[in-house]
Design a binder for this molecule. Structure first.
Ligand SMILES: [Zn+2]
Length: 252
């Protein structure tokens, strides 16, 4: 299998895509991000930018895999109390994912992998998988990484490998996510505004409350966890470990 010079579908020409497909590049990764509030210290594009990066990290660890353009806006209704957040209805996101999957399947991609880089997309992706699989060609398969609790565990372990600050991982604009943005878009991090957010326990009832009453009802600054202590070193480790966990799940 010869390597295409780049993995990003949208940077390739059609003859390059055709050649890659003939060479066995039949798998494609699509990140599903968000444009939503990420505390007082991070820009709205966090989950879209993390999706761009994570998709490349995942694809480069899998055989014959290209990267489709990130779906930049996701299901963020629970962040709408914060100015600037954009949100898709679940039906809109499903329609987008379905049209991505069917397009890719028609060109001969046989495995289409959706990876959420935003917590609010895990549930919708899990719920739409059957419909997506019914819509693609019979020899194509649509899969998704949908283990939100597992994903948070991966971040905690990655931060614990380097520091004793893993209790600051709360899953949103926390030490892990802020560190990842220090790697991907350091120019956009307002590090001096990093502060603690909600750091209480994460019961089932608490998670229900987030989705029912919105983020702002539990965390006035929009952070879950604590952003302090972020570093590029932690960010790189979190990106690596997240990619490894996703590859394991997607290739099982
Ligand atoms: Zn995020």
């Amino acid at each position: 299998m010869s390597h295409p010079t780049r993995l990003l579908l949208e940077e390739m020409t059609w003859p390059e895509v055709e050649a890659a497909l003939e060479d066995g590049y039949r798998t494609v990764v699509v990140a599903v991000g968000a444009v939503e509030q990420h505390g007082p210290h991070l820009p709205l594009l966090v989950d879209a930018a993390r999706g761009d990066r994570l998709a490349v990290e995942v694809a480069s660890r899998m055989e014959g895999t290209l990267v489709a353009p990130t779906i930049r806006v996701g299901c963020s209704e629970h962040h709408m109390h914060f100015p600037g957040t954009l949100s898709l209805r679940r039906s809109t996101l499903e329609a987008l994912c379905l049209d991505y999957a069917v397009s890719l399947s028609r060109h001969g991609f046989t495995k289409i992998c959706f990876i959420p880089s935003h917590g609010g997309n895990f549930g919708p992706l899990a719920d739409m998988l059957d419909d997506l699989n019914r819509a693609v060609a019979p020899d194509s398969r649509v899969v998704a990484y949908t283990d939100l609790t597992g994903f948070l565990g991966v971040w905690r372990e990655a931060v614990a490998e380097l520091t004793d600050l893993s209790e600051r991982v709360g899953g949103h604009a926390d030490i892990a996510e802020s560190s990842e943005i220090m790697v991907i878009r350091p120019d956009l991090v307002r590090e001096e505004r990093a502060e603690p957010g909600y750091t209480g326990d994460f019961s089932e009832a608490f998670l229900d409350r987030i989705f029912r009453d919105g983020f702002r009802s539990v965390t006035p600054n929009g952070i879950l966890g604590d952003a302090r202590g972020m570093s590029a070193e932690i960010g790189l480790r979190c990106l690596e470990r997240s990619a490894e966990a996703m590859v394991r799940a997607l290739t099982d």
